[in-house]
Design a protein around this ligand. Sequence first.
Ligand SMILES: [Zn+2]
Length: 396
Amino acid sequence: MEVTVRNKDSLWYFSQLFDIPFVLIEKSNPKLDAKQLNAGQTIQIPGYILSEYIINKEDTLWKIAIRHNIPMDALTLVNPFVNHYSIQAGQQIFIPERVNDLIVTDVDHYTYEEMIKAINQLIKVYPFITAQSIGQSVMGKDLIELQIGMGDKHVHVNGSFHANEWITSAVIMNFLNQYALSLTNNQSINGIYLLSLYIDSSLSIVPMVNPDGVNLVLNGLDAAGSFHDEVQILNHPEEDFSNWKANIRGVDLNKQYPALWEKEANRKTKSPGPRDYPGQHPLSEPEAIAMADLAKTENFSRVLAIHTQGKEIYWGFKNFEPAISAIMVEEFVRVSGYAAIKNLDNYAGFKDWFIQEFGRPGFTIELGSGVNPLPIKQFPAIYQESLAILLASLYL
Ligand SMILES: [Zn+2]
């Protein structure tokens, strides 16, 4: 919600007026000098929206404020041209309304476009969340990274490396929404106050690493553009794409990293296909490159790659993982009920490379159980398990 500064207003005053943590208002207005507000400037207040209201015969601004549980001055602030003493029936005013519910509720059929829509909605209500493009998919879709938090503990989470695991994107977006909602409303989740996590950590999120693949799984050949004929042949004799894991060129993005890549390449399929092809060489695909570059520039303290399925957490790679990884995975297991597996006969994944390259904790989390793509009716259960792990990744 946007408000216009009056004489003598301050960010501190807005924080009190709307009962929103000061730091969130500050972070929602990054270009602003908090000490030097000028009348007429516009300020973003996170966690609120403006709704329109038509004055009734019996109304006074006072009564409207009481009814909506907001201070009288919140109402005058957003209606600078309304004269308190002479409001008239039929007149339209604005009412600042606290957002008390999740915005990202549509979690089925979670295409790239659905995700972009959710990102735009979230950023509008919670401008302390920032978004940037970290590269483009083969078909030119921006790969979006979202950031929330201001601490030194730099946690990274990604989803949908594999196309038919698109439910992970919805899980991560839902988590981001719940995080922001709990921040502005100063709520705890299972006794954990999100504001302290926000201050101690910075969370980087790439909710959909493989958007071309996700859209192919969900929308079929219509989503393949100039790759229409190619993917049809690669997928033969299958006609639907629900088993497709790769990117649009038939490369498995989670077998693209220079961490025993040759071992994987020698024993896996030698040509593009719906799954398992590691590519002609490591980091041949723009999506995999973008993720490697991101990890190099952002100096993550830990990474979580979210996949489906198996209710398992992989946490080792050739003993390059630090001692703290074992402690972290123990907590993930405790809160989720998932099984910890140290080493897996599976290489060249993002978390393998991260552990090898940086010697820091990296995890692959396999959500839920069943056959990919997991049915959407599993979403609530999967979400709760993920929530527990994601929160732990921030407080540990
Ligand atoms: Zn996967």
